[in-house]
Design a protein around this ligand. Sequence first.
Ligand code: THU
Length: 150
Amino acid sequence: MKRVAHKKPARKTWLVAVRKKLVAAAKTAQKNAYCPYSRYPVGAAVLMESGRTYTGCNVENASFGLACCAERTAIFNAVSHGEKKIRALALVAKSAKPCGACRQVIIEFACKDAEMIFVDWQPLEKKEKITYTKAARLLPKPFNPSEAGL
Ligand code: THU
């Protein structure tokens, strides 16, 4: 019988495809941002262990402190669908950098080596700046549930 080689795609090829797909999904989500108070639309997309993608946008409120960031909306969307491991996350905003609270939430669910893609971009703009990093580099000394005995 002829042997068929099921070679796993090289990580680099995989990454290129993931980056493209996630950035497009985050840009689409950014269009749904509910941000009448800040006028600062943010979109996020997470690729989970299953291979499925979930998106989120920032959702504000007249009671300002109740706003939920796009990253957390996307992650809570994924978790609500039974997914718990983030393989990659894309964030799109004028200045795309997750806040401290979102960094802690990302770390809770990120798998080892999870890819972070930050895209400085806003609708109608031509130029974009993309930064790549790893989830493990987002937050020094994060709150660690096992150290806290939780
Ligand atoms: N925001 C996000 O959605 N993600 C971030 O990483 C930073 C801030 C939102 C919250 C608020 O709706 C608006 O951006 C301005 O702070």
